[in-house]
Design a protein around this ligand. Structure first.
Ligand SMILES: [Zn+2]
Ligand SMILES: [Zn+2]
Length: 537
């Protein structure tokens, strides 16, 4: 069998693995690439997926970086079944629609800009109609029940403990040469999370393990410390009369933050009467789905819900769906807690809240989830002094908090502990869903702990797997390499322009004063852009 990596190879987004066996061709996940224009261009490059030639798709969970390209494939001719758990099916119903809405809005915005420049408009990645017609192909599966989407491919979904309905997959693929057993970890949850069960242990004695490595280079702090840090962040901004902003994935992260606020409230650690806003129509709908599927939640938590100890109904909590309500939040002065999507600040209403609050001394922005490279969220976590929002530079005066203890992903030791349960001397590991540093760190530990040297494949590479054999890597034929940037030339041109600018000074001084003011303003704007760039070095 062969596995081609369509994404999440030395990156965290765009999860999709296309598997070709003796008698089938199918995909595991079909996620969107996120984090800057270079990565996002890959979303439009879907011809290599050859959608109409895919027999079926297995989806591990509803997050957009695992599911967001499904409508694109349907648009390109995919008509097979898409398997997922019942809860994932319910979540996809709202998430793909939301994603299509974002795609349509962004294309409309870009088209208007292009048309003003005399260029042709662009098509959205997919439309609402594509998203809606995707839903007809969804088929529910249950945890721990093996099924055969096609003969020779046996699949078992097991609870990954990452978000509602999330799974890791066990595959037994029978070909004339023998049976190859593969485990795909999907996104692995953090044990002891408030809402989710701990990740299950694989039952299959795998030949190959495709292992996520998001936090391969670090451990999370414990939950109690993180709870204290969260209280500190809220106290910091509320005592200064400012707002606390939580950029959060609408699914799971928002609900976990609500649960955390609920605990703080019960412990008397939440400022009295502070308004809390969940400002995301998607999060509101997702919260409803959480309530409807207690069977997927941590037992203690669903028991709590049953007894009326409701974390989704904290005093002062308001769910905002309409645009006017969203705008009113920032028109109301004084402290408040805003939970809004997207979690990495690359889309959605959170960007408006950042625009209104980032420049305010005393405000706080609290990150509780992973921030992919190239996203605005990552820039803030890395200490950016300015952020470009809606084509405008906004100064960062708000305090940025990063709290890892609520992560939806297993930390380094937790990943290793999970691997320990299934490791054996002949197991081969392929690291996926992680950035280079995280993968290298995890790779070293896997070697020292289990004497396994993992394979770290790149985007579009194809791996050949055969029971009992090492992974064979076939480089991508098209030779996808990162762009080569001629920095020396670019710096030289910049220096030459600076020289010309200096030489022009005597003439500038001779201009009439309205022209001088105009030139001064242009130079000031250039300097602002320059500082923005320098702050990222
Ligand atoms: Zn996920
Ligand atoms: Zn993921």
């Amino acid at each position: 069998m062969k596995v081609q990596l369509m994404g999440a190879a030395q990156a965290v987004t765009g999860s999709c693995y296309i598997i070709t066996t003796a008698n089938a061709r199918f995909a595991i996940d079909c996620g969107m690439h996120q984090g800057g224009s270079a990565l996002e261009k890959r979303n439009f490059n879907t011809s290599a997926y050859n959608a109409s030639e895919l027999d079926f798709i297995l989806v591990t969970h509803a997050h957009i970086d695992h599911s967001g390209l499904l409508p694109r494939l349907v648009k390109e001719g995919f008509t097979g079944p898409i398997y997922c758990t019942e809860a994932t099916k319910a979540l996809l119903g709202i998430m793909l629609q939301d994603s299509a809405h974002i795609q349509e809005t962004e294309a409309e915005w870009a088209s208007r800009k292009l048309q003003r420049q005399g260029e042709k408009p662009v098509d959205p990645l997919y439309t609402l109609e594509d998203a809606e017609s995707t839903l007809q192909y969804l088929r529910s599966t249950s945890y721990n029940t093996t099924f055969e989407p096609t003969s020779g491919v046996a699949v078992t979904y097991r609870d990954a403990g990452h978000i509602l309905g999330s799974a890791f997959l066990e595959l037994a693929i029978t070909e004339p040469e023998g049976t190859t057993k593969v485990v795909f970890s999907g996104d692995l949850g953090r044990p002891n999370a408030l809402l989710m069960n701990d990740p299950s242990i694989p039952k299959l004695k795998a030949d190959y393990l495709f292992l996520e490595s998001t936090y391969g280079d670090r451990d999370h702090k414990n939950e109690d410390t993180s709870l204290e840090e969260l209280a500190t962040a809220i106290e910091y901004s509320s005592s200064r009369g400012e707002k606390t902003i939580f950029p959060a994935f609408a699914v799971e992260r928002t609900q976990e933050i609500l649960m955390t606020l609920h605990l703080l409230h019960k412990a008397g650690k939440l400022p009295v009467g502070i308004p809390i806003y969940v400002d995301s129509p998607l999060a509101v709908r997702a919260t409803k789905i959480f309530r409807e599927h207690p069977e997927y939640l941590d037992k203690e938590f669903s028991q709590r819900l049953k007894q009326g100890d409701d974390p989704f109904a904290i005093p002062g909590l308001r769910y905002i769906t309409d645009v006017k309500g969203s705008q009113e939040i920032n028109e109301t002065p004084g402290p408040g807690i805003i939970i809004s999507a997207s979690g990495m600040c690359n889309a959605g209403r959170i960007r408006h809240h950042l625009r209104h609050n980032l420049y305010r001394e005393g405000a706080a922005v609290v990150f509780t989830g992973y921030q992919g490279v190239g996203t605005p969220g990552r820039k803030l976590v890395d200490g950016a002094k300015t952020l470009n929002l809606f084509g405008e530079l906004v100064y960062v005066k708000a305090k940025i908090f990063t709290i890892g203890g609520f992560s939806g992903h297993a930390g380094q030791s937790q990943i290793l502990h999970w691997v320990e349960q299934i490791a054996h001397p002949d197991l081969r590991i392929v690291l996926i869903h992680g950035e280079k540093n995280a993968q290298q760190a995890l790779s070293k530990l896997l070697q020292s702990r289990f004497s396994i040297t993992p394979t770290i494949p790149a985007y579009l590479e194809e791996l050949e797997l055969l029971h009992g054999k090492a992974v064979v890597v076939h480089p991508c034929q098209e030779g996808i390499t990162p762009p080569q940037i001629n920095w020396d030339m670019l710096y030289e041109v910049t220096e030459q322009n600076m020289e010309r600018l200096k030489k022009g000074l005597p003439q500038v001084r001779q201009r009439q004063w309205p022209e001088q003011v105009d030139l001064r303003d242009q130079l000031l704007e250039m300097n602002r852009q320059f500082l923005h760039l320098l702050s990222q070095l």
